[in-house]
Design a protein around this ligand. Structure first.
Ligand code: NAP
Ligand code: ZN
Ligand code: ZN
Length: 347
């Protein structure tokens, strides 16, 4: 077994603290990665506070992992020691159901194995994530990381990047589309960069007036303060798509009305409570509400290659690991520009 250093939440709502555990030895199909950077996703916070239910403790969060390969199993073909590698939200799935065979492991009919707060398929052992010094992952769930991009900014691509890339691709968003991005946080700022790169007209829909200059610098064409009724009225019936990344409960009717006829709101954010919506808000303009969960492994690789071609990374604030509890508090106040990334050398 491999002794591992980490930070963990001992139980719900208790601050994270140093933690030690053992990872499995590198199997014939496994890659061992020394973790260099790990992004901090709002899902980490939802889960350490058990806001979705069923959290497993102690919990080592972290599913935006980049690092360097230090060891590979004898059957590993695509990686060798010294290579850069990444791990996102999944470390395994059944690999045989129709979704897995279509490269949509995130919709695995048996349920994918989360990088943390999950259980390994055979042993049932809990999985521990990237707030740690190394990880052992099946080659099939390991991503190749381009060496042309700054590494700390690549880490958030493994969740925030793929989670926004996947629906933009699924709905074929591009030139001629008006896209609204609700919430300028980790997911939101990636949605802006990616949708702009795909040729769409992008408007940020934000509760934070002080983010306007940043939104424009990220490439957004327009900025709307959603707490200002006048500004909101100007974009009524306007958008073809709204990417909703908001992590807190909100008045859905208000935002659905911003969609034009046949427009689609794609839900990415997972507030603890279910939203309310009157049917008329959809019926009156044949509007749709859709959802999307991260992205498959093949699509994640496609996204990383797309970002390398377009020189896209996340805008990050690099933090030491002992700042993590404060980072969570700032995240709750929407005070993140635009993703915290832990420098794992500080562990
Ligand atoms: P984040 O960095 O904290 O960003 C969320 C943003 O939502 C905030 O920056 C803020 O933007 C806005 N917001 C916060 N509270 C709000 C409120 N009360 N009313 C309106 N807007 C509010 O979070 P994230 O990491 O991007 O994650 C966002 C959500 O997506 C989380 O719920 C997370 O669990 C979920 N998620 C889903 C998937 C998936 O596969 N579907 C994957 C990853 C994460 P403004 O300041 O601009 O208003
Ligand atoms: Zn995430
Ligand atoms: Zn499956």
């Amino acid at each position: 077994m491999l002794p591992t250093k980490a930070y963990a939440a001992p139980a719900a709502n208790i601050p994270l603290e140093p933690f030690q555990f053992e990872r499995r030895e590198v199997g014939p199909h496994d890659v061992q990665i020394e973790i260099l950077f790990c992004g901090v996703c709002h899902s980490d916070l939802h889960q350490v506070r058990d806001e979705w239910g069923g959290s497993i403790f102690p919990m080592v969060p972290g599913h935006e992992i980049v690092g360097r390969v230090v060891k590979v199993g004898e059957h590993v073909r695509l990686f060798k020691p010294g290579d850069l590698a990444g791990v996102g939200c999944m470390v395994d799935s059944c690999r045989t159901c129709p979704s897995c065979r279509e490269g949509l492991e995130q919709y695995c009919e048996v349920g994918f194995v989360g990088t943390y707060n999950g259980r390994e398929l055979k042993s049932g052992a809990p999985t521990y994530g990237g707030y740690s010094n190394h990880i052992v992952v099946a080659e099939a769930f390991t991503l190749r990381v381009p060496d042309t991009l700054p590494l700390a900014g690549v880490a958030p691509l493994l969740c925030a990047g793929i989670t926004t890339f996947s629906p933009l691709r699924q709905w074929k968003v591009g030139e001629g589309h008006r896209v609204g991005v609700m919430g300028l946080g980790g997911l939101g700022h990636m949605a802006v960069k990616l949708a702009v790169a795909m040729g769409a007209e992008v408007t940020v829909l934000s509760t934070s007036p002080n983010k306007e200059a940043d939104a424009k610098a990220l490439g957004a064409h327009k900025f709307v303060v959603t707490r200002d009724a006048e500004q909101l009225k100007r974009v009524n019936n306007y958008f073809d798509f709204i990417i909703n990344t908001v992590s807190a409960p909100l008045d859905m009717s208000l935002y659905v009305n911003l969609l034009r006829r046949d427009g689609t709101m794609i839900l990415l954010g997972v507030p603890p409570e279910a939203p309310q919506l009157h049917a008329f808000n959809l019926i009156a303009k044949r509007r749709r509400i859709a959802g999307s969960l991260i992205g498959g492994i093949e699509e994640t690789q496609e996204m990383l290659d797309f970002c390398a071609r377009h020189n896209i990374v996340s805008d990050v604030e690099v933090i030491p690991i002992n700042y993590i509890n404060e980072a969570y508090e700032r995240m709750l106040k929407s005070d993140v520009k635009y993703r915290f990334v832990i420098d794992m050398a500080t562990l």
